[in-house]
Design a protein around this ligand. Sequence first.
Ligand SMILES: NC(=O)c1ccc(N[C@@H]2CC[C@@H](O)C2)nc1
Length: 246
Amino acid sequence: MRIDVVTLFPDFMRQCAAVGVVGRAQQRELLQVETWNPRDFATDNYRTVDGRTCGGGPGMVMLIEPLRAALKAVREAAPEPVHVIYLSPQGARLTQDRVVSLAKMPRIALLCGRYEGVDERLLAHEVDEELSIGDYVLSGGELGAAVVIDAVGRLQDGALNDAQSAQQDSFSDGLLDCPHYTKPVHDALGDVPAVLLSGDHAAIRRWRLKQSLGRTWLRRPDLLARRNLDAESAVLLEEFRRDYLR
Ligand SMILES: NC(=O)c1ccc(N[C@@H]2CC[C@@H](O)C2)nc1
């Protein structure tokens, strides 16, 4: 998968994509992240990328031309069609379901705004989708782009090793993660739950699913409401509830 990022801070974006699982995915050529700086497409001597806000008011707006030229270069850089995403609080909230669908695309481009934002005409004509990583305002779209790159990059086939992908697949579809433990088995803070030391992998799987269901019930009941539980999950959740309310 190829991800092109249009950003005034290309070094920052390249560093975000160079570490950890995503960096390894790039090394394994499972993912390619390229950056494009609108300043390189500005036509004046001062490499201007912003203009005063029409109608008055504080701050500047990103100019159409440098962004249009940058996106043209993005499209021409590879043959596959590009799905262009703009990060902003006005976008649809990013969810894991959307991440899974984006991860299947051959190419996406992430347009990162700064200042007060981007001229609406550029958005109307060049952007396919607006996405928000949450209901808060950031100084730029880059952190949103970094979130998309990480969430999508780690899902590329071969990016996660077996243990990670097994954990990822087990109950992550719509449930909160279960608790995790490592050595020491006994600590002043408490002991590792015995089932995890039992070697009984069926019991361990059930325990983890029960914990995921219980945590989701306690912390994010909205996620649970959306999910149809299979028979095993319904029983385990009932057990968790009974234990909890005892
Ligand atoms: N919640 C979010 O995903 C988000 C995205 C972008 C952003 N800020 C940029 C700066 C100017 C405009 O391009 C939008 N803030 C919040």
